[in-house]
Unconditional design. Structure first.
Ligand SMILES: [Zn+2]
Length: 496
């Protein structure tokens, strides 16, 4: 098995990945709050963990991948203040909260399937686990780590730390600093300490989503669902917890406190966080007008875009950076990614129709064999180095060069030998399709047209009507394609 290293936010080090059970991996990823269309920053986060799941399975692990849907409890202030995000949308649109949840859950699933994401093994919802959350609150009160106050229940940070724990250890925050920057608007006077966070909130009479509890009508705090659902499906301790960088604090910090408080063990072995997207160097945000929805990208309808970009171009674009680095979105970068993806895709097409040609008069060329072996190892080294897909892709391009040489007859199959050729083919296909999760995007209306033009090109050429030959060439060029005469067999490829 390959030795995978991942960067653990908790220890701030790259560590060799060793799951709690030798063959199985438990992975929990914080899913979206389904009150709005999923934006591109979220897509990047889910892409990181899609590739992680794909790679873990490729190297032989059985993965249980749990990704939740938050459908209650996430407040507009992202902590204990404000209105429920879903309740707010329901009020504004005069719909039932569950209509909001269904609308945006459907959108989320549709968008993710366009990007070729694997579905999680379990996709639990917060409203589906109210009973578990009430039980967890009761247990934390019994352990003296939570207290009721005016119908709400709060986690007691001071008690937790007195028990030898360290609230803030994940995000590297120091309690005193946190205290000085805390602005506690809602729940003033209810909390013993401004840092305490809500496990259960009392519902105001006009609050749409509420459930009976030992503390009266209310709803669970945002952080609690992830603790309850990860424990239920993955156990009190599991291997990997992932999410966007913005969830490190307070959300994941609170998950550690809740899980440790409930079960006496730190819940997660490896914490992984995916970095943010920027647009032309600026933070992506709705107020700056530079926040993209995936559908705007596919349609090219955003004012910052010159043209549409397909889901696979976008996927490829994001994979060109390692998930922990920031990724800057721009027209130029997307255009370059479109070219790169098409070149790589062309390699896949060529490989699929390529058969090994034996030739006993040709001997094996150790230099070429070494180049290929090195690139194959390099593709794995990239993935093993904390999912550095940028390095993996660079090595696939080295393999692509060899594929093109074979296709053009600049290099002979027998110089590689059958075994090395088959290894090259299998590696390229596996990385492209299974690990990076790219797929062939064929515009079906487009293919017959291109092939028809090629037939005309051939005829005009035979008839020596060179002005028409040039016309067809220029149509191709305008569409980023080139015509190749490959030993009289006329073919086309994406321009490089
Ligand atoms: Zn979560």
């Amino acid at each position: 098995m390959q030795s995978l290293k991942i960067y653990n936010t908790l220890t701030r080090e790259k560590e060799v990945f060793q799951p709690l059970h030798p063959t199985h991996v438990g992975l929990y990823v914080c899913g979206p709050t389904v009150y709005n269309y999923v934006h591109l920053g979220n897509v990047r986060t889910f892409l990181t963990f899609d590739v992680l799941v794909r790679y873990l399975r490729h190297i032989g692990y059985q993965v249980r991948y749990v990704r939740n849907l938050t459908d209650v409890g996430h407040l507009t202030g992202d902590s204990d203040e404000g209105e429920d995000k879903i309740g707010r949308m329901a009020r504004l649109e005069k719909l039932e909260p569950m209509e909001i949840v269904h609308r945006y859950t459907d959108d989320f699933h549709q968008v993710l399937s366009k990007f070729n994401f694997l579905p999680p093994s379990i996709e639990p919802t917060a409203t589906g686990h109210i009973v578990e959350q009430i039980e967890a609150v009761k247990a934390l009160i019994e352990k003296g780590l939570a207290y009721e106050s005016n119908g709400s229940v709060y986690f007691d940070i001071e008690k937790y730390n007195q028990n030898g724990q360290d609230y803030g250890k994940l995000s590297g925050r120091i309690l005193e600093d946190l205290l000085s920057e805390t602005r506690d608007l809602d729940g003033v006077g209810e909390k013993r300490n401004p840092l305490d966070f809500a496990l259960w909130k009392k519902a105001a009479p006009d609050h749409l989503m509420r459930w009976p509890s030992p503390w009266g009508l209310g709803f669970p705090g945002w952080h609690l669902e992830c603790t309850c659902m990860s424990t239920k499906y993955l156990g009190t301790q599991f291997d990997i917890h992932g999410g966007g960088m913005d969830l490190k604090f307070p959300h994941h910090e609170c998950e550690i406190a809740q899980g440790t408080g409930l079960n006496g063990v730190s819940p997660v072995k490896y914490w992984m966080h995916s970095n943010m997207l920027t647009v032309n160097g600026q933070k992506m945000s709705k107020s700056l007008g530079n926040s993209f929805l995936p559908n705007e990208l596919f349609a090219g309808s955003h004012h910052l875009l010159e043209q549409p970009y397909s889901p696979m171009t976008t996927r490829f674009f994001m994979l060109q950076s390692q998930y922990r680095s920031t990724l800057d979105f721009s027209n130029e970068a997307l255009k370059a990614a479109q070219k790169g993806y098409k070149r790589l895709l062309n390699g896949l097409r060529l490989l699929r129709e390529m058969e090994y040609v034996a030739d006993e008069s040709v001997s094996i060329d150790p230099k070429q064999v070494e180049e290929i072996e090195k690139a194959i190892a390099g593709a794995y080294d990239g993935m093993n180095d904390d999912l550095n897909t940028a390095v993996t892709i660079a090595n696939l391009f080295t393999l692509l060069k060899k594929i093109n040489q074979l296709y053009m007859g600049q290099s002979q199959f027998a110089q590689l030998g059958a075994e090395v050729f088959e290894k090259l083919k299998a590696t390229y296909l596996t990385f492209f399709l299974d690990i990076l999760g790219l797929k062939e995007e064929r515009n079906e209306a487009f293919e017959p047209l291109v092939n028809g033009l090629l037939d005309l090109y051939r005829d005009f050429k035979t008839q020596k009507q060179y002005d028409k030959v040039d016309q067809i060439r220029s149509v191709f060029k305008q569409n980023g394609l080139v015509i190749k005469d490959l030993k009289q067999r006329i073919d086309w490829a994406y321009e490089e």
